[in-house]
Design a protein around this ligand. Sequence first.
Ligand SMILES: [Zn+2]
Length: 194
Amino acid sequence: MKFCTLCGNKLILRIPEADDRERHVCNACGHVHYLNPRIIVCAIPVWEDRILLCKRAIEPHYGLWTLPGGFMENDETTQNAASRETLEEAGASIEVHDLYSMFNVSHINQVHLCFRASLTSPRFSPGKESLEVGLFSRDEIPWNEIAFATVESTLRQYFADMPTKEFPLKLGDVIIGPDKRRIIRAHNFIHDES
Ligand SMILES: [Zn+2]
Protein backbone atom coordinates (compact mmCIF):
# COMPACT_ATOMS: atom_id res chain seq x y z
CA MET A 1 0.00 0.00 0.00
CA LYS A 2 1.68 3.26 -1.17
CA PHE A 3 -0.96 5.92 -1.80
CA CYS A 4 -3.98 7.21 0.08
CA THR A 5 -7.26 5.97 -1.40
CA LEU A 6 -8.98 9.15 -0.15
CA CYS A 7 -6.65 11.89 -1.43
CA GLY A 8 -3.98 10.14 -3.53
CA ASN A 9 -1.03 11.38 -1.48
CA LYS A 10 1.84 9.26 -0.24
CA LEU A 11 1.41 6.97 2.76
CA ILE A 12 4.00 6.65 5.49
CA LEU A 13 4.41 3.92 8.09
CA ARG A 14 4.08 5.23 11.62
CA ILE A 15 2.41 4.43 14.91
CA PRO A 16 -0.72 6.58 15.24
CA GLU A 17 -1.47 8.22 18.57
CA ALA A 18 -3.10 5.79 21.05
CA ASP A 19 -2.09 2.82 18.85
CA ASP A 20 0.60 0.22 19.48
CA ARG A 21 1.80 -0.73 16.01
CA GLU A 22 2.82 0.80 12.71
CA ARG A 23 0.05 1.66 10.25
CA HIS A 24 -0.08 3.15 6.78
CA VAL A 25 -0.95 6.79 7.49
CA CYS A 26 -1.60 9.46 4.88
CA ASN A 27 0.95 12.27 5.09
CA ALA A 28 -1.57 14.79 3.75
CA CYS A 29 -5.06 14.03 5.11
CA GLY A 30 -4.01 11.90 8.11
CA HIS A 31 -6.27 8.96 7.23
CA VAL A 32 -5.13 5.68 8.80
CA HIS A 33 -5.36 2.72 6.38
CA TYR A 34 -5.78 -0.39 8.53
CA LEU A 35 -4.84 -3.83 7.19
CA ASN A 36 -6.78 -6.62 8.89
CA PRO A 37 -7.18 -10.37 8.31
CA ARG A 38 -9.39 -11.62 5.52
CA ILE A 39 -12.09 -14.23 5.95
CA ILE A 40 -12.24 -17.27 3.67
CA VAL A 41 -15.50 -19.21 3.80
CA CYS A 42 -16.00 -22.78 2.59
CA ALA A 43 -18.99 -25.08 2.41
CA ILE A 44 -18.91 -28.82 3.15
CA PRO A 45 -21.69 -29.80 0.71
CA VAL A 46 -22.95 -33.29 1.51
CA TRP A 47 -25.08 -35.67 -0.53
CA GLU A 48 -25.79 -38.94 1.31
CA ASP A 49 -22.34 -39.99 2.60
CA ARG A 50 -20.35 -38.06 0.02
CA ILE A 51 -18.79 -34.57 0.00
CA LEU A 52 -18.59 -32.28 -3.00
CA LEU A 53 -15.04 -31.24 -3.94
CA CYS A 54 -13.72 -28.99 -6.69
CA LYS A 55 -10.49 -29.46 -8.64
CA ARG A 56 -8.89 -26.03 -8.82
CA ALA A 57 -8.49 -24.37 -12.24
CA ILE A 58 -6.62 -21.43 -10.65
CA GLU A 59 -3.46 -20.80 -8.67
CA PRO A 60 -2.50 -21.35 -5.96
CA HIS A 61 -2.60 -25.16 -6.06
CA TYR A 62 -3.88 -25.53 -9.63
CA GLY A 63 -5.09 -29.11 -10.18
CA LEU A 64 -5.55 -29.94 -6.50
CA TRP A 65 -8.88 -30.58 -4.81
CA THR A 66 -10.66 -28.37 -2.29
CA LEU A 67 -14.02 -27.59 -0.77
CA PRO A 68 -15.94 -24.87 -2.62
CA GLY A 69 -15.09 -21.56 -0.97
CA GLY A 70 -13.38 -18.21 -1.23
CA PHE A 71 -13.05 -14.69 0.10
CA MET A 72 -16.08 -13.28 1.84
CA GLU A 73 -17.47 -10.18 0.08
CA ASN A 74 -18.64 -6.98 1.74
CA ASP A 75 -22.40 -6.84 2.34
CA GLU A 76 -22.88 -10.58 2.68
CA THR A 77 -23.11 -12.99 5.59
CA THR A 78 -20.63 -15.83 6.05
CA GLN A 79 -23.43 -18.30 5.21
CA ASN A 80 -24.23 -16.39 2.02
CA ALA A 81 -20.55 -16.47 1.08
CA ALA A 82 -20.54 -20.27 1.46
CA SER A 83 -23.56 -20.75 -0.80
CA ARG A 84 -22.43 -18.14 -3.35
CA GLU A 85 -18.99 -19.75 -3.67
CA THR A 86 -20.55 -23.22 -4.03
CA LEU A 87 -22.79 -21.98 -6.82
CA GLU A 88 -19.90 -20.17 -8.58
CA GLU A 89 -17.31 -22.94 -8.32
CA ALA A 90 -19.43 -26.08 -8.41
CA GLY A 91 -22.75 -25.00 -9.99
CA ALA A 92 -24.48 -26.50 -6.96
CA SER A 93 -27.27 -25.24 -4.69
CA ILE A 94 -26.89 -25.89 -0.99
CA GLU A 95 -28.65 -25.41 2.28
CA VAL A 96 -26.11 -24.05 4.79
CA HIS A 97 -26.12 -25.47 8.33
CA ASP A 98 -23.83 -24.87 11.32
CA LEU A 99 -20.28 -23.64 11.41
CA TYR A 100 -18.05 -26.72 11.57
CA SER A 101 -14.43 -25.55 11.59
CA MET A 102 -12.52 -22.34 12.19
CA PHE A 103 -8.78 -21.99 11.61
CA ASN A 104 -6.53 -19.03 12.35
CA VAL A 105 -4.02 -18.82 9.50
CA SER A 106 -2.05 -15.97 11.03
CA HIS A 107 1.06 -16.20 8.84
CA ILE A 108 -1.00 -15.10 5.83
CA ASN A 109 -3.48 -12.97 7.79
CA GLN A 110 -6.49 -15.15 7.09
CA VAL A 111 -9.29 -16.85 9.01
CA HIS A 112 -10.82 -19.95 7.40
CA LEU A 113 -14.41 -20.92 8.17
CA CYS A 114 -16.15 -24.11 6.96
CA PHE A 115 -19.90 -24.57 7.21
CA ARG A 116 -21.74 -27.85 7.07
CA ALA A 117 -24.17 -27.90 4.15
CA SER A 118 -26.53 -30.17 2.21
CA LEU A 119 -26.82 -30.28 -1.54
CA THR A 120 -30.42 -29.58 -2.49
CA SER A 121 -30.01 -32.01 -5.41
CA PRO A 122 -27.13 -34.10 -6.78
CA ARG A 123 -26.72 -31.63 -9.64
CA PHE A 124 -23.41 -29.80 -10.11
CA SER A 125 -21.02 -28.69 -12.83
CA PRO A 126 -17.62 -27.00 -12.76
CA GLY A 127 -17.58 -23.20 -12.75
CA LYS A 128 -14.77 -21.06 -14.23
CA GLU A 129 -12.46 -21.66 -11.27
CA SER A 130 -12.85 -25.46 -11.32
CA LEU A 131 -11.52 -28.10 -13.73
CA GLU A 132 -13.79 -30.79 -12.32
CA VAL A 133 -16.34 -31.26 -9.55
CA GLY A 134 -17.30 -34.52 -7.89
CA LEU A 135 -18.80 -36.27 -4.88
CA PHE A 136 -16.41 -38.30 -2.75
CA SER A 137 -16.82 -40.79 0.07
CA ARG A 138 -14.07 -41.04 2.68
CA ASP A 139 -12.34 -43.82 0.73
CA GLU A 140 -12.62 -42.00 -2.59
CA ILE A 141 -11.11 -38.68 -1.44
CA PRO A 142 -7.74 -38.00 -3.15
CA TRP A 143 -6.08 -37.37 0.23
CA ASN A 144 -2.68 -36.66 -1.30
CA GLU A 145 -4.12 -34.07 -3.66
CA ILE A 146 -5.94 -31.72 -1.26
CA ALA A 147 -5.00 -28.07 -1.80
CA PHE A 148 -5.12 -26.64 1.73
CA ALA A 149 -4.18 -27.94 5.18
CA THR A 150 -7.36 -26.46 6.69
CA VAL A 151 -9.54 -28.25 4.12
CA GLU A 152 -7.76 -31.56 4.64
CA SER A 153 -8.11 -31.31 8.42
CA THR A 154 -11.78 -30.33 8.12
CA LEU A 155 -12.51 -33.30 5.82
CA ARG A 156 -10.73 -35.77 8.12
CA GLN A 157 -12.63 -34.50 11.15
CA TYR A 158 -15.92 -34.48 9.28
CA PHE A 159 -15.65 -38.10 8.19
CA ALA A 160 -14.58 -39.08 11.73
CA ASP A 161 -17.70 -37.36 13.14
CA MET A 162 -20.06 -38.73 10.47
CA PRO A 163 -20.94 -42.05 12.22
CA THR A 164 -21.83 -40.20 15.44
CA LYS A 165 -24.10 -37.72 13.56
CA GLU A 166 -22.74 -34.99 15.85
CA PHE A 167 -20.53 -32.28 14.46
CA PRO A 168 -19.12 -30.05 17.20
CA LEU A 169 -17.16 -26.97 16.12
CA LYS A 170 -13.46 -27.59 15.52
CA LEU A 171 -10.98 -24.82 16.37
CA GLY A 172 -7.40 -24.83 15.15
CA ASP A 173 -4.41 -22.77 14.04
CA VAL A 174 -2.20 -23.28 11.03
CA ILE A 175 1.43 -22.70 11.92
CA ILE A 176 4.64 -23.02 9.96
CA GLY A 177 6.78 -25.89 11.22
CA PRO A 178 10.59 -25.97 11.38
CA ASP A 179 10.79 -27.55 7.90
CA LYS A 180 8.40 -24.87 6.50
CA ARG A 181 5.57 -27.35 6.35
CA ARG A 182 2.12 -26.20 7.43
CA ILE A 183 1.15 -27.79 10.73
CA ILE A 184 -2.32 -27.88 12.26
CA ARG A 185 -2.41 -27.00 15.96
CA ALA A 186 -5.79 -28.34 17.07
CA HIS A 187 -7.46 -26.76 20.09
CA ASN A 188 -10.39 -29.10 20.72
CA PHE A 189 -9.92 -32.14 18.52
CA ILE A 190 -7.33 -34.81 17.87
CA HIS A 191 -5.51 -33.99 14.67
CA ASP A 192 -4.47 -37.13 12.84
CA GLU A 193 -2.39 -36.71 9.68
CA SER A 194 -2.51 -40.35 8.63
ZN1 LIG B 1 -5.02 11.06 2.28
